[in-house]
Design a protein. Structure first.
Length: 404
C-alpha cells in the first residue's frame, strides 16, 4: 500500500491515461462551462433516463461531498485551476454562512457561481404549501462532509499554499473537534447536526466512515504543521477505527447507535470496508480481511453493491474498490472493475450512480426518517464520476498523491 502521506510539493496530475480517465476528466471540466471564472459549485445530479427534470429537492443541489471529490479529481486530471474554483467556493462557504460562523460547512449548496453575500442553499417553491421549501439534511452539517471539504482544501494547498486553503482546512477540523467530540466508549466523533436554522439537532451516533475521514484529515494536517492538537484528533479517530473492526468475521461495523452501542455486523456498507485501507498509513494487515469480506458478501454484477442485499451495482463504491485494490497491488482485479465503470458512462459523460432504477442502502437519510430511505437512482452523478477518475488514475484522495 502506498504511504498515506502528503507531499510538501505541488501535486502532479496522476499518470493514468486510460480512455475512461480521459472521458471523465473532460466531463468534469465541461461541467463548469458557462459558469464564468470565479468560485462555483457543481450540481450533483442530472436527470436520468426517462426523466425530463430532477425532483425538486435535487434540481439545484450541489452536495459538498461531491464537490470536494470533484476538486480532488480535477487535480488528478491536471485541471488545477478548475479545481481551485470549487475550493474557493468551499472557502466562501466557510466564512459567509447565512446563520453560523463557527467553522462548519453545509451538506449542500445551490449549484452555480457563488455570488456576494451569504451563500445560497438549495431549495424549491412548494406550490401546494405555497412556501419556499428546503431539505433538512441539505441544511445540516455531517462530520464526514466537513472532513471531505477540508481534504479537498489540503489537496489544493499543495499547489497554492498562499490561497488560504490550509487555514480553511484547519478551521474545519476545529469545528469537528469542538462540536462532535464524543467521549463515550469507543471515543470518537459523532455524526454532526441535522435540520433547519437556527436550532439543529445533534446526531449522537458515530460513523466509522466519518471517523476515518477525520483521521485522514487530522493526520495530514499534523504532517504539514506538526501541531499536537491535530495529532490527538487523529489518534482519537484511529482508536475508534480499531474499536469498530470486528476481528471475526473481519469486517468494519457501521459505527455506533445513538445510544453508544456498537452496530451489529449483520448490516455493513462497502465504503466502510475500503477507506481504512487507503486512509490510514499504518493500517494493520488484518484490516485487509475487510476487503475479502466485501468480495464475498457485497460483490455483484461485476462490481459491488452498497450493502449486502446485492440489489444492484453501486458505481461510486465500485470505483472505490478499484482504487483500493490498485493501492494493495491487485492490479488485475482493479482493471476489471475499471472496465465495469466504463460501461456506466452516461450520454452526458458522467457516470451513472447505479445500473438499476433504485439502489437501496439500508440507511436512513436523517433522524426524522421512519425507514431506510437513502437510495441511489440511475442518474448521472458527480460523486461517482469523481471516484471514477480517482480509480482510473490511481489517485488517493486521503493523501493527495498517486498510489503507484
Amino acid at each position: 500500500m502506498a504511504e498515506a502521506g502528503a507531499s510538501a510539493s505541488a501535486p502532479r496530475a496522476a499518470q493514468g491515461t486510460s480512455p475512461l480517465a480521459q472521458t471523465l476528466c473532460r466531463s468534469l471540466s465541461a461541467s463548469m462551462d458557462g459558469t464564468g471564472t470565479g468560485p462555483v459549485f457543481v450540481a450533483s445530479y442530472r436527470p436520468g433516463p426517462g426523466e425530463t427534470a430532477l425532483p425538486p429537492p435535487l434540481r439545484t443541489s450541489a452536495f459538498t461531498y461531491d464537490n470536494a471529490l470533484a476538486a480532488i479529481a480535477l487535480t488528478a486530471c491536471g485541471e488545477v485551476e478548475s479545481a481551485r474554483r470549487i475550493g474557493d467556493a468551499l472557502l466562501a462557504a466557510l466564512v459567509r454562512d447565512r446563520t453560523f460562523s463557527d467553522g462548519r460547512v453545509r451538506n449542500a449548496y445551490r449549484a452555480g457561481p457563488v455570488g456576494d453575500g451569504p451563500l445560497a442553499l438549495p431549495g424549491w417553491w412548494d406550490a401546494e404549501a405555497k412556501h419556499w421549501a428546503e431539505d433538512a439534511y441539505q441544511d445540516g452539517t455531517a462530520t464526514g462532509n466537513v472532513a471531505w471539504a477540508a481534504l479537498a482544501l489540503l489537496t489544493l494547498d499543495a499547489s497554492a499554499p498562499e490561497a488560504g486553503y490550509r487555514a480553511g482546512a484547519r478551521r474545519m477540523l476545529g469545528w469537528i473537534a469542538d462540536q462532535t467530540a464524543d467521549a463515550r466508549e469507543p471515543e470518537g466523533y459523532s455524526g454532526g447536526v441535522d435540520g433547519f436554522d437556527p436550532s439543529q439537532v445533534r446526531l449522537a451516533w458515530k460513523s466509522t466512515e466519518h471517523n476515518l475521514d477525520v483521521h485522514a484529515l487530522a493526520a495530514w494536517l499534523h504532517r504539514l504543521d506538526g501541531r499536537p492538537d491535530a495529532a490527538r484528533i487523529a489518534a482519537t479517530a484511529r482508536g475508534f477505527l480499531d474499536a469498530v473492526y470486528a476481528q471475526e468475521p473481519g469486517v468494519f461495523r457501521l459505527g455506533t447507535t445513538p445510544e453508544g452501542k456498537l452496530q451489529p455486523t449483520t448490516h455493513v456498507a462497502l465504503d466502510t470496508q475500503l477507506w481504512p485501507l487507503i486512509g490510514v498509513s499504518d493500517a494493520p494487515g488484518s484490516w485487509q480481511r475487510a476487503l475479502d469480506f466485501a468480495e464475498r458478501h457485497l460483490a455483484t454484477r461485476g462490481g459491488f453493491d452498497f450493502n449486502e442485499d446485492r440489489d444492484g451495482l453501486w458505481v461510486e463504491g465500485t470505483a472505490q474498490a478499484a482504487l483500493t485494490l490498485r493501492a494493495l497491488g491487485r492490479s488485475a482485479r482493479a482493471e476489471d472493475l475499471v472496465a465495469v465503470l466504463a460501461g456506466q458512462v452516461s450520454p452526458s459523460g458522467f457516470l451513472f450512480a447505479t445500473d438499476v432504477d433504485r439502489l437501496t442502502t439500508g440507511i436512513a437519510i436523517g433522524p426524522a426518517s421512519q425507514e431506510p430511505d437513502f437510495y441511489y437512482f440511475r442518474r448521472p452523478h458527480l460523486g461517482a464520476t469523481a471516484w471514477g477518475v480517482l480509480a482510473a488514475k490511481g489517485w488517493n484522495p486521503f493523501t493527495g498523491r498517486s498510489v503507484e
